[in-house]
Structure formats: C-alpha cells, structure tokens
Design a protein around this ligand. Structure first.
Ligand code: HEM
Length: 445
C-alpha cells in the first residue's frame, strides 16, 4: 500500500506557518486539491502528519479504541498545567478508569437539575439589557457560560458573592494564560519566573482554593444537589466502588471548565452571527418560540419540540466547530482512508474540513439549518458531523452543552434580536477554540 498524497510545501518548516496563521485556508486548500482523498500528508518541519478530511477515515480511526491512538503531549501540556491529570489530559489506563467512572455518571438527572439554572441565568442577563444597548455578544456569551460553569461546577454564583467574583477573575486569568501558551509554539512554562507565569500560578491557586472549599462544604452539608459537582462526588470506581478524592474532584471540575466553557460560548456567538446574517431564519426561530412557549420560560422538556432551535445550534456547530481539529498520535500501525499509517505518527482529524466537505454537504459554506431535518439527513454518513468527536474519547459533556446552548438561545431570542455591526466582515479567531474575532451588536426589541 503506498502512502497518502502529500500537500506540496516549500522551505524547511513546511506548512507550520500556514497552519498557525490560516488553518481554515489550509483546510479549504486540502479539500480543493484532493477532493477524492480522505487522508493527506502535510509537513511540519521534519515531521509528516496525516490529515483526515473524510468521514469514513475519521470513523475508522476514532472508533478503533484508545489503545492505538493517544492525545499528543504538545496539545495536552497547557491543559495539564492548568488542571492536572484528569479525564481530558490523561491517556491509556490513567484515562480509562476515569472515563468508566465519570462517563456513565453524566446522565440526565444532573443535566435536568441544571436546566432551570441555565434559563434563570439567561433571563437575568436578558433582563439587564435595554433596547438600543451596544454590547459585545462574544463577551456576553462568555459571561453567561462562565456563570453556568460557576454554578454547575462549584455551586457558586460568580456575579454575587465575593468569592464568586474572585473565581470568575481567576478563571479568566487561566484562559488568558492558555491563549498565550497555545498561540506560541515556544513559550515559557507555568513555573517560569516571569510576571505572566506568576499571574497564571496565582489564578490557578485561587481556583484550587475556592474549589477545595466548595467540595469540603458540599461533603460536610450533604443535601440533594443536581449539578456537575455532585456528579463528580457521586462517581464510583467501576471495580472498587471507591469515590474520587477531593483533589481529583477539583482536577476533574477544572477539566470540565476547560473543555466546556469557551466551546459552548463560541457556538452561541456563531449562532447569533448567523441569525444576524439570515434574518429569515431569525423570524422562523421566533415563530417556533412563540408557538411552543407562548411567552413562558423554556424547560428541559420543551427541547424536543424546539426543532429549529436545535438545528440552528447544529448548523452553527457544523460551519464553525469550536474544536476544529482533533490531534492524536499512533502507537502502532493503523488503517484509514485506504492507507496504512505507521506507528508513532501525528494524526489531525480535521473536523472543520469534514464539516465542509462537498461529498457530504450541498453548498457546504452556506448556513442552512434545514439540512439537519430527518429527510435531508437521509443517506449522509453519520460521521460527516462530529463536533463532539467520536469513539471512546468523545465529549462527555455533549448533552450538557447542547442543552445549555439550546436553552440559552431560546431564552434570549424570545426577548431580543441583535443587529451585529458589519456581520459579513466578522473574521474567525482560530486560537485555541474557533470563535468570532469580535461581535459588536445593538440590542433590538
Ligand atoms: C459546544 C460545546 C462543546 C464542544 C464543541 C466540545 C467538543 C469536544 C470534543 C471534540 C472532544 C473530543 C476531543 C478529542 O477527542 O480529542 C471533547 C472532549 C471532552 N469534553 Fe467537550 N465539548 C463541548 C462542551 C463540553 C462540556 C460542556 C463539557 C463538560 C461539562 C465537556 C467536557 C469534555 C471532556 C471532559 C472531554 C474529554 C473526554 C475524554 O477524553 O474522555 N465538553 N469535547
């Protein structure tokens, strides 16, 4: 079997710069140059990575189990600095027992318990705006999801109590540090004696302290709670029946924060931008909300009737997947897309390219939520849409995220529309999570 074709490059660094500066342009180039291939090789300096642009090859790789693929250290290192060893950062056996313990616990009771809190947070924010207000929608969505994270992960209101505000500031400090690290191929580690690293360590210290306090309080007082903190406290090792230690609960809560916060705020931001660009879809959304809710607050059970609301979120996730690329390293040889990939090679599953591959999607660059109706989805391979990944390492928080995004969209869109400034000129920000670079808007009643 010969290897997959190679995307031509010049110079010693190969595609390193193009990938860092314009990854979306590079994904389009791959699709245009090799329309019938599912795996293509691209060069990063001395290394040749395998980029996956097809649904079947992605399925072959991702469903194959965790034993032949691992998350590479380069991408994990920043998350580890922030959150330690947890479901997101662990590999192999260290990952496997965590997943068996936490995965099944992510069931509906905890999500249902959080749904009302999500809606009341969105209602409070919607109530704080007036028609004509100028806001930055991206910042607003980030504050909303931060507030949900504070409640769900630590039972803390980040807008009220003093420690809540300290927690919010510290979360932001951690995000700033993460952005600083992922933007640069070479940067100082968190233990370095630079002012920036000292600030990051302080932020981690504050989150650890407040999180440990919240865990201790919850253990002491007991009571019935349905949130992510309780989910972690109730998780039991499948074999020994042992719970997580306090330290492990805090690490896992931080993993949920890192994996779930910016991703969810990003999909909401993209959805508002697309609605501003497609007022007809916005009108249809408001019609659906009036019909199903008749002006009352949404509940979790309404989601099954809010079809268009869900399709808008799905289509935003397709066009703008917050996790654009999944990275893996092969242990041994694997097969995908008709090729054999040797061991110890880098794999990039290009979710963004698969989501815009014309083999699976008509007019792939067009926002069209109707493509997710059952009729139009017929015959499309399931793995043509994988915003939450696939296989054993698929996102554990996908239901939580979909619930949060749909409830927030429904609650806010019932009350307000947003006129986005120059919507057609909004550029993507590809650092870390794919998000709109800016989203200034006027609130319209
Ligand atoms: C729109 C929102 C979200 C998107 C697009 C998203 C996407 C993803 C993707 C693509 C992966 C797989 C990464 C890989 O295979 O390398 C993943 C993993 C993960 N996600 Fe999410 N996620 C979202 C929200 C959340 C939320 C809300 C939580 C927690 C409450 C969460 C927790 C996790 C964790 C812990 C993992 C690691 C799972 C493992 O390795 O076993 N995510 N997410």
């Amino acid at each position: 079997m010969s290897g997959p074709p190679v995307l031509k490059s010049r110079g010693l660094l190969g595609h390193t710069r193009a990938f860092a500066e314009d990854p979306l342009g590079m994904f389009s180039r791959l699709l245009d140059t090799f329309p019938s291939e599912e795996v293509v090789r691209i060069r990063f300096g001395p290394f040749m990575d395998y980029a996956v642009t097809g649904a079947d090859a992605a399925r072959q790789l991702m469903l194959g189990g965790h034993d032949h693929l691992v998350r590479p250290w380069f991408f994990n290192r920043v998350f580890k600095e922030m959150s330690g060893l947890n479901l997101f950062t662990a590999n192999g056996e260290e990952w496997s027992w965590r997943r068996k313990m936490i995965g099944p616990a992510f069931h509906s009771a905890e999500i249902a318990g959080m749904a009302d809190a999500m809606v009341s947070i969105a209602e409070r924010v919607a109530g704080s705006w007036d028609a004509g207000d100028r806001i930055d929608l991206r910042e607003e969505m980030t504050s909303l999801t931060l507030e949900v994270a504070g409640r769900a992960l630590f039972g803390i209101d980040v807008t009220a109590e003093d420690r809540g505000r300290r927690l919010a500031q510290a979360f932001e400090g951690m995000i700033q540090w993460t952005n600083h690290r992922v933007e640069r191929f070479i940067s100082e580690p968190v233990w370095a004696p630079t002012a920036r690293a000292v600030r990051a360590r302080r932020a981690i210290g504050v989150v650890d302290e407040i999180a440990a306090e919240a865990v201790a309080e919850r253990r002491e007082r007991g009571g019935e709670h349905h949130d992510l903190l309780q989910l972690l406290l109730d998780s039991r090792d499948a074999e020994t029946g042992e719970p997580l230690s306090d330290y492990q609960v805090v690490s896992e809560a931080k993993a949920f924060f890192f994996a779930g916060h910016e991703t969810t705020s990003s999909v909401l931001s993209w959805a508002w931008l697309e609605l501003a660009l497609h007022p007809d879809v916005g009108n249809a959304l408001r019609e659906e909300l009036t019909q199903v809710l008749g002006g009352r607050s949404p509940k979790l059970s309404d989601l099954e009737d809010l079809d268009l609301t869900r399709r808008i979120i799905e289509e935003s996730l397709r066009l703008h997947p917050p996790a654009m690329v999944l990275t893996r390293r092969t242990h041994g040889a694997v097969e995908a897309g008709g090729y054999r990939i040797p061991g110890n090679r880098g794999i990039l599953v290009l979710i963004y390219a698969i989501h815009r591959n014309p083999k699976y999607w008509d007019a792939p660059d067009t926002f069209d939520p109707e493509r997710f109706t059952p009729t139009r989805s017929e015959g499309r391979p399931a793995h043509a849409f994988l915003p939450f990944g696939e296989g054993p390492r698929m996102c554990v928080g996908s239901r939580f995220a979909m619930t949060e995004a749909c409830l927030m969209l429904a609650t806010l869109a019932q009350r307000w529309r947003f006129e986005v400034e120059e919507p057609a000129g909004v550029r993507p920000d590809t650092r870390f999570v794919l998000k709109p670079a800016r989203l200034s808007a006027t609130v319209v009643g």
